[in-house]
Ligand binder design. Structure first.
Ligand code: GDP
Length: 208
């Protein structure tokens, strides 16, 4: 049995019974701002999507057990390119530009939308997409648009409810229930490591 995310588990879940340690190799490959720069080697692409500041970069870092692979920022809207990370020489993790950053100029927003749309429509080597929602906020209009869009274009996706550690027990139940209105979420926290194992299981199940 291979246990991805082991680095994270060892720190955060010391009683993890997984017997095999995998040294996960994860490296930044490139930032893509133009369709002509997209990789052509055909590795499956696991896409991470969500509003700016929802925790995409933190999720990627938690999955690979590194603090600083993906750029995290408390300033929303700064990740304006598609960032490709090669993970374990088996997949690309693709950090897509966050949407819904109110202070971005209108043309820039339109340009990102077109670029994301082009990316999502054109890729043949589709891995699972993770649609990340802030557990405190649930679905917002843009998330629902993206969900409909993923379904219409046949992208397999899983919804992640991020930042669970920011909610108390009853708020967590309420937040998850609200998200369940449209899809079953995987609860996640980059702080506690909750959900790392389940997300890895979902990825490896799709790409055995
Ligand atoms: P991105 O813009 O979607 O890539 O979001 P980031 O990963 O940069 O995170 C945005 C902010 O939320 C940063 O200040 C992170 O430290 C914080 N954050 C991200 N994930 C979590 C989480 O699971 N729990 C908590 N408490 N904060 C988080």
């Amino acid at each position: 049995m291979l246990c991805y995310g082991q680095n994270v588990d060892r720190v955060l879940l010391p009683r993890n019974p997984c017997p095999v340690v995998v040294h996960l190799k994860a490296e930044f490959v490139k930032s893509v701002t133009d369709p002509g720069q997209l990789p052509t080697d055909g590795l499956p692409e696991v896409a991470f999507l969500g509003r700016s500041n929802v925790g995409k970069s933190s999720l990627i870092n938690a999955l690979v057990g590194e603090r600083r692979l993906a750029f995290t920022s408390s300033t929303p809207g700064r990740t304006q390119s598609l960032n490709f990370y090669r993970v374990d020489d088996r997949f690309y993790f693709v950090d897509l530009p966050g949407y819904g950053y109110a202070r971005a100029p209108r043309e820039a927003t339109d340009e990102w939308a077109r670029f994301i749309e082009h990316y999502l429509q054109s890729r043949r080597n589709r891995g699972t997409a993770f649609l990340i929602l802030d557990a405190r906020r649930g679905w917002m209009d843009k998330d629902l648009e993206l969900k409909v869009w993923l379904e219409a274009n046949g992208w397999p996706y899983i919804v992640v409810a991020s930042k669970m550690d920011k909610l108390n027990q009853s708020e967590q139940q309420r937040g998850l229930k609200a998200i369940r209105q449209y899809a079953e979420p995987l609860p996640f926290s980059a702080i506690t490591g909750r959900g790392v194992r389940e997300i890895w299981q979902a990825i490896t199940k799709t790409h055995q």
